[in-house]
Design a protein around this ligand. Structure first.
Ligand SMILES: *Cc1c(COP(=O)(O)O)cnc(C)c1O
Length: 358
């Protein structure tokens, strides 16, 4: 067999060791998973109730997700035909890439952002134009300069994973005015619910002005439904109808749809998760300040930290052996903000590590 040559440069997603493997290897009793930005408070109780009352598994799901569509339209304040659902945003990125990218086109993104934009562009054999982050933030003017007649999609991760930084409302509007109307601008707002900054752009009202804007949101993060795989995109109705063609007929399961519906009935759970996250982030800032650890202030439920003079793989390994999994990058580690107790234990470990280093 011969797969298309561009696939040979890619690796399948590596999920990392399972918690059970890590426990066995290092003789640990518990593992605190702070590597994938899942909700440390779990999921609303309404979700388990809804799931356990599903009584027929022999029937296909509603491919159009009609009930969920109605509720999400209400929740976001858009029309039902402006929505498309997917098996997490990972699939949405694939849908968009399949629909718009080929070997004759290019796509613009930051380097140092969510890796799936690049991965799917390689699969499509499109040209990738990456613009380095500036102080951990998207450099929108430089990204605008990369756009030419063959540009099909620009990806903006806002807040950005892994740095937690954000593009503000003025920067975004200026950028949108500069982008030709036939170039799709994707705003990946996976962490939308967590944002606290006043000048974070509200993109849904901008959809009225910009037909080439698409907003992505997910139930995986603040809603705590990562296990179910469900997210959605919002855009111009005519464009969304075109994207529907490349979506699998039953891409969101009955369980995922029911879970999302139940989660939307408990916004109190989301609010509590979000305010606890904001409080805990403050503790991270104070802790980092006290120990001379560099960090980016974050609008998500994670924080990117770097330890001057320390290899991030060493930090990763030190924490792993002590029961905490974080995500290493060449220039630092991304840590999901955990519960109060988890963060306290982590601070203690990092504090000791930094002391030993001096
Ligand atoms: C987690 C994440 C996603 C993917 O989330 P799904 O679980 O596939 O919905 C997409 N974009 C960013 C920036 C993320 O952090």
């Amino acid at each position: 067999m011969k797969v298309r040559p561009q696939l040979l440069s890619l690796k399948a997603y590596a999920p990392g060791k399972s918690s059970d493997e890590v426990k066995r290897e290092y003789g640990l009793e518990k593992i605190v998973k702070l590597a994938s930005n899942e909700n440390p408070y779990g999921t609303s109780q309404l979700v388990s109730d809804a799931i356990s009352s599903i009584d027929n598994f022999a029937i296909y799901p509603d491919g159009a997700a009609a009930t969920l569509r109605k509720e999400v339209a209400e929740y976001t304040g858009v029309k039902e035909d402006q929505l498309i659902f997917s098996s997490g945003l990972d699939e949405m990125i694939q849908i968009i890439s399949r629909a718009l990218l080929d070997e004759n086109s290019n796509t613009v993104m930051a380097s140092g952002t969510f890796p799936q934009y690049r991965h799917n562009a390689v699969v499509q054999n499109a040209e990738i134009r990456e613009v380095p982050l500036k102080d951990g933030r998207h450099n929108l003017p430089a990204m605008a300069e990369k756009i030419d007649d063959n540009t099909q999609v620009v990806w903006i991760c806002n807040p950005n994973n892994p740095t937690g930084t954000y593009v503000d409302d003025k920067e975004l509007e200026q950028f949108l005015r500069a982008v030709p109307s036939n170039v799709l601008v994707v705003m990946d707002e996976a962490y939308y619910e967590y944002v606290t900054a006043d000048d974070y752009p509200e993109t849904i009202p901008l959809l009225k002005k910009y037909d080439n804007l698409m907003v992505l949101r997910t139930f995986s993060k603040a809603f705590g439904l990562a296990a179910f795989r469900i997210g959605y995109g919002i855009g111009a109705a005519s464009f969304i109808q075109q994207l529907e063609v490349v979506r699998l007929p039953f891409n969101t399961s009955v369980l995922a749809q029911q879970a999302a519906l139940a989660a939307l009935k408990d916004l109190d759970f989301v609010e509590k998760s979000v305010s606890a996250n904001a409080l805990e982030l403050q503790k991270y800032y104070e802790f980092c300040g006290r120990h001379n650890i560099e960090f980016y202030p974050s609008q998500g439920n994670f924080i990117f930290v770097s330890f001057p003079g320390k290899e991030s793989m060493g930090v990763f390994q030190y924490l792993l052996e002590r029961g905490f999994t974080v995500r290493p990058f060449p220039n630092g580690v991304r840590i999901t903000v955990g519960t109060e107790e988890e963060n306290r234990e982590l601070f203690e470990l990092i504090g000791k590590m930094v002391l030993v280093a001096h």
